[in-house]
Design a protein around this ligand. Structure first.
Ligand code: TRP
Length: 450
C-alpha cells in the first residue's frame, strides 16, 4: 500500500486483497442483513444482486481506471483527466464529493467498528454464555446506554485505523488482508453450517431468496442501489485512490469481477448465518442496525466452544472493518498530502482525530441522551449521515462517474486504459453509457414523482 502519492501495490494479488479488504467490511455483515430484513427479504436481495453486477461492477471498473489514469488523489485525478480530455474542470466535483463523503461515512463507520471491538471482548469474557433473546437485547442496550464505553471503543477503532494509515501500510495491510480475509470467509461458512443445523434454515432461505415484489417500494430500491455502492466501496474515492496505486499490467476487468464476487459472497453468507437465528428465536426482522448484535451472541452462547468462535468471529470482523476504514481515510489523506506536501503521518493522525471527534455525535445519537433526540425526518444523526451518503451522494456520484467515462472521456482513452477484449469492452461501455446513468436516474425520478 502506498506510503507516498506515487507508491504502488507490490503485486496484483496485493492489490486485489486490499480492494477486497476495502469492500468487505461492516457493509456486508452488519448493514446488508439488517437492510435485507427491513427491506422485506427476497425482492430486496434480488434487486441488490442485479445492481451489484449491472451497475456496481461497471462503476467499479470505471473508478479503478480513472484512478490509474490520474495517479493522484480523487480530486487531483478527476481534475487532471478532465483537463487532458479538454472537458470542464467541474468534473473534479466527483472527487470532492468522494473526499467529503468518505469523511462522513468514516465518522459513523468507526462507531459501529467500536461496537464490534466491544463485542469481541464480550465474547472473550464469556458474556454470551447461554444468553437468550432478552439477554442479547439487554447486552446491546447496555453498550448503547453506556455512552463513555461506546466512545472509548470508537476511539480504539479509530486509533488502530490511524496507526496503520500513518505507518504507511506496506507490509501490514497486505499481510492482514491476505491471511485474515480468507479466515473470516471460512469462519462465516462455519457459522452458516451451525445456523443451518441448529436454527431455522428453511425460513431463512425462503425469506432471502423468494422474492415478494409487493414488499418492494421505490425507497427500498434506492436503499438497495445505495447498498450495492456502499458494499463495493464505490463513489466515495476509496476505489479511485486504490486505482492510483495500480500498476499498468493489472487487468482491471478481471480484478473487478473478483472483488465484486468476493464481496457479494460474504454478504450472502452473512445473511445465511444470521437469518436462521432471527427466525428460530422470533427476533425482530426489521430492527435495524442492532440486528447482528442481537442475533449472533445467541448462537455463540450456545455452541460448543462458542466463546472462542465468537471471539474469533468478532475479531475478524474488526479486521475487516479496519481494512475498510483504512480505505475511507485514504481519500482525504491522499488529497491533503497532495495539496500541502506535508508528511503523510501527520496528516493521517490529524484527519483521524478530526473524524473521531465528528464521529462522537454519531455515537451519542445511539444512546439515551439529548443528542439522541435530535432528529430530522425521523433519522438520528447516524441515520442522517448514512442516508445522505448511501442514498444520495453515492448513487449520484456513481451516475456522474459513469457519465464521465461513458460520454466525456474519449473511447480510445478508455480502451487503452482497460485493455479488455473487444466484446467485454463493448458490454462494459454499453453499461456505463446507458444502463448505469438511466437506471440511477430512473430510481431517483420515481422517488420524487411517484
Ligand atoms: N465497503 C465497505 C464495507 O462494506 C465500506 C467502505 C469502504 C465504503 N470504503 C468505502 C463505503 C467507500 C462507501 C464508499 O464495509
Amino acid at each position: 500500500m502506498a506510503s507516498s502519492s506515487n507508491a504502488q501495490w507490490s503485486s496484483r494479488w496485493a492489490f486485489i486483497m486490499a480492494a477486497v479488504g476495502s469492500a468487505v467490511g461492516l457493509g456486508n455483515i452488519w448493514k446488508f442483513p439488517y437492510e435485507a430484513g427491513q427491506g422485506g427479504g427476497g425482492a430486496f436481495v434480488l434487486v441488490y444482486l442485479l445492481f451489484v453486477f449491472a451497475i456496481g461492477m461497471p462503476v467499479l471498473i470505471a473508478e479503478l481506471s480513472l484512478g490509474r489514469r490520474g495517479q493522484l488523489s480523487p480530486i487531483g485525478s478527476m481534475r487532471k483527466i478532465a483537463e487532458a480530455e479538454r472537458k470542464n474542470s467541474m468534473w473534479q466535483l466527483i472527487g470532492w464529493s468522494g473526499v467529503i463523503g468518505s469523511f462522513i461515512v468514516l465518522s459513523f463507520y468507526s462507531v459501529i467498528g467500536g461496537w464490534t471491538i466491544s463485542y469481541m471482548v464480550d465474547a472473550a469474557t464469556g458474556a454470551f454464555t447461554n444468553i437468550d433473546k432478552e439477554g442479547a437485547g439487554a447486552l446491546f442496550g447496555s453498550l448503547l446506554a453506556n455512552e463513555w464505553l461506546a466512545i472509548f471503543w470508537h476511539a480504539v477503532f479509530m486509533g488502530i485505523t490511524i496507526f496503520i494509515v500513518a505507518r504507511g501500510v506496506e507490509g501490514g495491510l497486505e499481510k492482514a488482508v491476505t491471511v485474515l480475509m480468507p479466515a473470516l470467509f471460512v469462519l462465516l461458512i462455519v457459522l452458516v453450517i451451525y445456523s443451518a443445523i441448529t436454527a431455522d434454515f428453511g425460513a431463512a432461505l425462503s425469506f432471502l431468496f423468494t422474492p415478494d415484489f409487493s414488499k418492494l417500494t421505490f425507497d427500498t430500491v434506492l436503499q438497495a442501489l445505495g447498498q450495492s455502492f456502499f458494499s463495493l466501496s464505490l463513489a466515495l474515492g476509496s476505489i479511485m485512490t486504490y486505482g492510483a496505486y495500480l500498476t499498468r499490467d493489472v487487468n482491471i476487468g478481471k480484478s473487478a469481477a473478483i472483488i465484486a464476487s468476493a464481496d457479494t459472497g460474504v454478504a450472502v453468507l452473512a445473511g445465511l448465518a444470521i437469518f436462521p437465528i432471527v427466525f428460530a428465536y422470533g427476533l425482530d426482522l426489521g430492527q435495524g442496525p442492532g440486528l447482528i448484535f442481537a442475533t449472533l451472541p445467541i448462537a455463540f452462547g450456545q455452541m460448543p466452544g462458542g466463546a472462542i468462535v465468537g471471539t474469533l468471529f468478532f475479531g475478524l470482523l474488526v479486521v475487516a472493518a479496519v481494512t475498510s476504514a483504512i480505505s475511507l481515510l485514504e481519500p482525504s489523506v491522499s488529497y491533503l498530502e497532495e495539496k500541502t506536501g506535508k508528511d503523510r503521518r501527520k496528516i493521517a493522525i490529524i484527519m483521524g482525530i478530526v473524524i473521531f471527534i465528528v464521529g462522537i455525535a454519531s455515537s451519542l445519537s445511539q444512546g439515551d441522551n439529548w443528542v439522541s433526540t435530535l432528529k430530522i425526518g425521523g433519522y438520528d444523526i447516524l441515520g442522517i449521515k448514512d442516508f445522505l451518503t448511501n442514498n444520495i451522494m453515492m448513487p449520484i456520484g456513481g451516475m456522474f462517474t459513469a457519465l464521465f467515462v461513458g460520454w466525456f472521456v474519449s473511447r480510445k482513452s478508455m480502451m487503452d486504459e482497460l485493455a479488455m477484449e473487444d466484446s467485454s469492452f463493448r458490454v462494459w461501455y454499453f453499461l456505463v453509457r446507458f444502463v448505469c446513468p438511466v437506471a440511477i436516474a430512473a430510481v431517483f425520478i420515481s422517488i420524487m414523482f411517484l
